[in-house]
Write a protein that binds this ligand. Sequence first.
Ligand SMILES: Cc1ncc(COP(=O)(O)O)c(C=O)c1O
Length: 388
Amino acid sequence: MDLNQVINRKNTNSKKYDFAKENGMPEGLIPFWIADMDFPVAPAITEALMERVKHGIYGYSDTKESYFDAVSQWFTKQFHWTPKSEWLVKTPGIVPAINIGIQALTKEGDAVLVNRPVYYPFLEGINNNKRRLINSPLIKKDNHYEINFADMEQKIIDNDVKLAIICTPHNPVGRIWTRDELQTYLDICVKHNVKIIADEIHADFNLPGYHHTTFGSLGEKAENNAIICTAPSKTFNIAGLQISNIWIANKEIREKFLAIEATFGYCEVNIMGIIACEAAYRHGEEWLIKVKEYISDNRNYTEAFLAKYLPKMKLTKAEGLYLLWIDCNAYGLSPKALEQKIVNEAHLWMDMGDMFGEEGNGYFRMNIACPRVTLEQGLKQLYEAFKE
Ligand SMILES: Cc1ncc(COP(=O)(O)O)c(C=O)c1O
């Protein structure tokens, strides 16, 4: 496996590479925005898919015990938490699961709490479902972010919050919340009868020295009050195969979730997603270790580059993810002007910080899960546009 190899993704229906015009972007930008990787998947995934393709019939499909065993063994080994098979609800993605969860756990007009800046589909899910968005902003200290628990609890009380959505690890700021932080979050929510959706899609991307605590491992109180959203899609670069594993231990919550899901008439998952997920969790660990090392090197490279050539761009200290959160406020540009400079002068496509809430103004998010030459070229273009 050569992660340095550049694979042409153009004309593959890739949202990252083939849809600039549709997204109002000029052609020719190097894309560092959407969160998928430019690396080929673990060979075991491709082999399993090819075997299945050879069969030639792709009818309605579902999973058997071996699928559950593969997924639960992964969680046991990586996160010391063993979910039960009856808790599992499979969906074609975590974003749909969050939207279903919002509908299952709240009604129109109810208050739902998030900690901005945060993955923008949380905000869209709350707004699209006509719930009230309550924001308890993260606070930045010593170049890393923390949850403001006092503010969060007060907002829960003041607004009669019914549901809180936590991004754990946190996209875009790159925190891997500690067990203590998650416990405090849980205790506050349970004290005020607030249900929780924990989005753990980035669980497997920890930088050396950090380890993700899965919400379920906090024990019965967490299991009983949370919908825990997990997926192999980020970890193994199979987002296009549309499968995620949602764990709902509380029977009442699970039934409500399934009842909302049923209103969409949605019932089966994609056969290729099933095959890829099982192969990934059974045989993908070695591949993942190499990819994480490569990403960690890419991060170190970027940090050194920015410190040397663009010292006004401040890389937020991260603990995980393959997404960097870069502060450009020292340039004094409005969010629009910053974007225009990145697009029209650096010829790069980033996710701009204000998409994650106004707390992200002046930042951009950069996906570094790409071969080093792509990253080098991107940083060179950034330098040409921003050098002083
Ligand atoms: C925090 C988070 N949740 C969910 C998703 C996407 O989930 P899905 O593709 O399974 O709907 C992403 C993708 O970037 C993400 O960063």
